[in-house]
Design a protein around this ligand. Structure first.
Ligand SMILES: *Cc1c(COP(=O)(O)O)cnc(C)c1O
Length: 355
């Protein structure tokens, strides 16, 4: 047995870099990819030679199961560069564990830790010029796995492809976000796949979200599928509510994705002396708090935008505008978290891992 896993990664370097063609200050999130990608195929029960190669399209059989039955899972994480040009990941073990949890739920093989982590580390080292320094700048990391086995029989595939893509990201301000509280559509259901980062969850959100967009709202706040009385997630983010000086967020469940940003913000808030209450939050409570003025803030939490403040919400055709808040928890928590991630503040939690 070889002890050095990275010797086993086959590396094919790109003939030239595309980096000079990229306007890093104006890059649209998720639209540009680095020179290389990581790939490892799973064929008939065995992981094949992991490979790093130039980013390029690839061929699949038209009957590949991913196209017909949607066996596809992914992760979203980020790499950061500190002032000494060292590269850091934020809680990568959490993304790795969640990736395999998603894979198991979709009847897909678990990716071995060495393949995931060594592949990611080697890829980041090779494309490190694409990571820009400074608060909010990062390289977005997209590990994913698809069912590549051919045949339209409705059963899990024998073959899979695991890949990691890298995409430069800058700090972004999403603008004023107004949300619609879901009264009919659902993102997830008990016993379903809401707790997995499955591609199909996103497909299921697009249509209700486009209806919300047509009505003038940027996002949907998802409620529980059975009663539509409990507030669960905002778009593809976890969601926090500040009522008076307490921060509320729903406990994770079969319907709610266990977000790493969410759990990190809970810990940071507690360290800052902010009262945090993790319990189901009712739509009726939110409406009452908006009416009596005790509702101070709503914000989404996720890797891509980190914290996304919400300006107001609509429920049963009534729009409730949130007040402008000084000493906003959203800004405080975002600043604390991004400072830790970008290595601009001490990481007393031990969340950052050097590449
Ligand atoms: C990815 C995701 C989140 C956020 O998770 P993070 O680990 O914080 O990025 C929240 N909700 C849904 C539905 C997601 O897919």
């Amino acid at each position: 047995m070889s002890t050095s896993q990275n010797q086993q990664i086959q590396i094919l370097k790109a003939a030239s870099s595309k980096i000079n063609e990229v306007d890093f200050d104006n890059v649209t999130f998720g639209s540009v990819f680095t020179d290389h990608l990581f790939e490892c195929d799973y064929i008939q029960g065995a992981w094949q030679t992991p490979t790093i190669k130039p980013y390029a399209p690839f061929l699949l059989d038209p009957s590949a199961r991913v196209f017909h039955y949607g066996q596809a899972v992914f992760e979203g994480m980020k790499a950061y560069k500190d002032t000494n040009d060292s590269i850091w990941l934020f809680r990568p073990d959490e993304n790795y564990k969640r990736f395999n949890k998603s894979a198991v739920r979709m009847a897909m093989p678990e990716v071995p830790e060495t393949i995931f982590m060594e592949g990611l580390n080697e890829l980041l080292k090779l494309d490190q010029a694409w990571i820009k320094k400074g608060l909010g700048n990062s390289l977005y990391i997209r590990p994913f796995m698809i069912a590549t086995g051919s045949g339209v029989m409705a059963s899990p595939s024998d073959n899979y492809k695991f890949m990691i893509l890298l995409s430069p990201a800058k700090a972004y301000y999403s603008g004023e976000v107004k949300v619609l509280i879901a009264e009919h559509y659902s993102r997830a259901a008990n016993g379903g796949i809401g707790a997995a980062k499955a591609a199909g969850n996103y497909a299921a959100q697009f249509y209700p979200t486009s209806l919300a967009n047509q009505a003038g709202f940027q996002q949907v706040i998802w409620t529980d599928d059975a009663t539509h009385t409990m507030l669960e997630e905002a778009g593809t983010m976890n969601v926090f509510f500040r009522i008076n000086d307490t921060l509320f967020t729903a406990p994770t469940s079969e319907r709610i994705l266990d977000g790493i940003t969410r759990k990190s913000l809970i810990e940071i808030a507690q360290k800052e002396g902010i009262a945090v209450s993790v319990r189901p939050v009712l739509v009726s409570e939110l409406v009452a708090a908006a009416k009596d003025g005790s509702l101070k803030e709503i914000f989404g939490a996720g890797t891509a935008a980190v914290v996304n403040p919400i300006a107001g919400f609509s429920y049963q055709e009534v729009y409730y505008e949130l007040p402008k808040t000084e000493n906003s928890y959203a800004s405080l928590l975002k600043e604390k978290l991004t400072n830790i991630q970008n290595k601009l503040a001490e990481d007393s939690f031990g969340w950052t891992v050097k590449v």
